[in-house]
Design a binder for this molecule. Structure first.
Ligand code: NAI
Length: 302
């Protein structure tokens, strides 16, 4: 049997639902639709999913105009995207990927509601950056069907996806999600349900040290970013990366990792980041973080 026949990926025609149409949910919906799935996108914020689908369609058109995908591919993916007006509309989904706010209670509540809607075969996946999959699944009637499917930002461009098994996750479910990620053109990596998994744990000291340098050494974000990009060979400096991720998300991830490691000082959240969150300067998505962004160009203007 060839490797292709050996896959247990979901068939391309299987319905996928994505919950949360922000930075990550929109990217996941785009990737799933481009892989051939009919995709429903739901957001509890009025109008958010409609806006996100409009933006994905504009992106697909731009990719087609640049010759990166064919006009048929753009049109097909656009047509496969639909707004779900309520969670009830997701009852036919084979895979639900959650990309809502980074809070344990919110995720548990959502998956609890979903369990009463979707059928027994439906796989539940969380795009959480840091929260224990074991903990999210603990309040479910069928915790074995929940795994982590952690994409990276921006989803269409980033190949890596961490597949996370909680203590109760079924190995066959994890394999299916892993193969599905591969069928979507991604590079899945298995991780265990430890705080921050692999990448976000490794990345915590990177952000934390950059914030300390800012605090203690007087160097400006633009200087530090330029140094790391131009001298260090990094694709993005830490401040532009935090602005891309969103300070609300990044701060929530640091808090979650800090608490999960019993307040280990290595992971202490930054007061600077807390101030940005309080001010609503969340980064690119609000037009201001460490940098100000021109809405049309989405480029930093310090
Ligand atoms: P975001 O703030 O851009 O979007 C979250 C969306 O979820 C919002 O549109 C919000 O209205 C919606 N939402 C909140 N609660 C909801 C609920 N109960 N039901 C339905 N919709 C709800 O956040 P982002 O950045 O997309 O992050 C989402 C998840 O993905 C978080 O768990 C985050 O940790 C994770 N993540 C974020 C990355 C990033 O770089 N921003 C990278 C990888 C994972």
């Amino acid at each position: 049997m060839s490797a292709a026949e050996n896959t247990c990926a979901l068939p391309a025609t299987a319905a996928v639902a994505v919950i949360g149409s922000g930075t990550m949910g929109a990217g996941i919906a785009q990737v799933a639709a481009m892989a051939g799935h009919p995709v429903q996108l739901y957001d509890s914020r009025e109008g958010a999913a409609t806006k996100a689908i409009g933006e994905i369609r504009a992106t697909l058109d731009r990719l087609a105009n640049k010759g990166k995908i064919s006009a048929e591919q753009a049109e097909g993916a656009s047509e496969r995207l639909a707004v779900a007006g309520s969670l009830q509309e997701m009852r036919g989904a084979r895979l639900v990927v959650e990309a809502i706010v980074e809070q344990l209670a919110a995720k548990q509540e959502l998956f609890g509601k979903l369990e009463a809607i979707v059928d027994a075969q439906c796989i539940l996946a969380s795009n959480t950056s840091s929260i224990s999959i074991t903990h999210i699944a603990a309040t479910l009637r069928h915790p074995e069907r929940l795994v982590g499917m952690h994409f990276f930002n921006p989803v269409p461009q980033m190949a890596l996806v961490e597949i996370i098994r909680g203590l109760a996750s079924d190995g066959a479910v994890a394999r299916c999600v892993q193969d599905t990620a591969r069928a979507w053109g991604k590079m899945p990596v298995l991780a265990s349900s430890t705080p921050g998994f692999i990448v976000n744990r490794l990345a915590r000291p990177y952000y934390a040290e950059a914030l300390r340098v800012l605090n203690e050494c007087g160097a400006q974000p633009a200087t530090i970013d330029a140094l790391l990009r131009e001298a260090g060979g990094f694709r993005m400096g830490p401040f532009e990366l935090m602005d891309l991720i969103g300070h609300d998300v990044n701060f929530a991830v640091t808090q979650s990792v800090f608490q999960a490691y019993f307040n280990d000082p290595r992971f202490t959240p930054s007061l600077i980041q807390q101030e940005l969150v309080h001010a609503g300067y969340l980064g690119r998505k609000t037009g201001r973080g460490f940098y100000r962004y021109d809405a049309a160009a989405d480029t930093p203007a310090p």
